[in-house]
Design a protein around this ligand. Structure first.
Ligand code: NAP
Length: 300
């Protein structure tokens, strides 16, 4: 599996696996171990979490599996996130869900993630969403402390605009290693508004969340999704892909920003399809054909 260099001492697998939906898969601890081992065998070594996934339970499920087989940890990179505060019966009461990038929240969230994931360190911590009240001085202090204590090795962001990214970066000693963004053939906005260009400008490799539109691409009957699905089927036939999801992955992988798609399926055969898409080759014409199906018109 191709590796992507995010920093001198950090590489990710080109295909990442995301654990947002882990609790929905109803796997036993042993099945989670098997799932992780199978991903590693396929070369998928980077796993994406967030404190809030599964109503604050997914990290724990993953950690229970790691506790059964601790040797797995050294062969993987763990990404997790903080900064969203969800209303949840197991959390202190709050009136609504909101964002918190205060130093106290970041540091306590990391301590909780470490405990749940049963690990001593997080490879990359992301601020999950831009907090309108973000004080970059506080975030920088939190990052400095977490790095100095060895709890977090690298930092990044998710869903940040270019200016939000630059603002935070200007206060940090270390480079932000990624911006995790919603990128897919069905969601072209961030290619158009300069967010992906900004990553390329700063040599920052984006992680792509919901690369299959969260599964909507397979079921949605909107005009756009039907049009896109038909085009994806035509292209799949043309390039010898076994499914439209492979074409969706190949579309992201062809972009020169070195996008790392995060596969979100709980089915190993679907993770394997993502991995196999690395060997597919789209032509520029295919790429633009898919873009046209997404935006509903030819480029000018
Ligand atoms: N930073 C953020 O704000 C943010 C937001 C959302 C997600 N994420 C990250 O991105 C990861 C991936 O997101 P995602 O789960 O939305 O990714 P996705 O790959 O776009 O969607 C996964 C969903 O599609 C379904 N699916 C896949 N192939 C299918 C097929 N051939 N037919 C029907 N359904 C199919 C999967 O079901 P099966 O499990 O049954 O295959 C699963 O429910 C998450 O796990 C999380 O780590 C980050």
């Amino acid at each position: 599996m191709e590796r992507v260099i995010l920093h001198d001492d950090l590489t990710f697998s080109r295909i990442i696996h995301g654990l947002w939906r882990l609790v929905e898969w109803n796997m036993s601890k042993e099945e989670v171990v098997h799932f992780i081992e199978s991903c590693l065998e396929m070369g998928v070594t980077t796993f994406d979490h967030a404190d809030i996934y599964g109503g604050y339970t997914c990290e724990e499920r993953f950690g229970e599996a790691l506790a059964l087989k601790p040797s797995l940890r050294e062969n993987m990179q763990i990404v997790t996130k903080c900064g969203i505060k969800l209303m949840n019966p197991n959390r202190p009461p709050q009136k609504l869900h909101y964002y918190d990038s205060s130093k106290n929240h970041i540091v306590t969230s990391v301590d909780s993630s470490l405990q749940k994931l049963r690990t001593d360190y997080i490879d990359v911590l992301l601020i999950h969403r831009p907090d309108y009240l973000m004080d970059p001085t506080e975030v920088a202090e939190a990052f400095r402390e977490l790095h100095a204590t060895g709890k977090v090795r690298h930092f990044g962001v998710s869903n940040f605009t270019p200016s939000q990214f630059d603002l935070l970066q200007s206060y940090l000693d270390k480079p932000l290693v990624t911006n995790q963004l919603e990128l897919s053939a069905g969601n072209f906005d961030l290619f158009q508004n300069g967010t992906v260009d900004h990553c390329m400008l700063h040599r920052v490799k984006p992680m792509a969340w919901s690369p299959l539109n969260g599964g909507a691409i397979f079921t949605s009957q909107t005009e756009k999704h039907v049009r896109l699905r038909n085009t994806l089927m035509d292209v799949a036939k043309e390039i010898g892909a076994s499914s439209i999801e492979q074409v969706l992955y190949a579309w992201l992988l062809m972009h020169p920003a070195q996008i790392m798609p995060i596969a979100g399926s709980g089915k190993l055969e679907r993770v394997a399809l993502a991995v196999d898409s690395l060997s597919l080759q789209l032509t520029r014409e295919n790429w633009y054909e898919i873009l046209r199906a997404s935006i509903g018109k030819d480029v000018d």
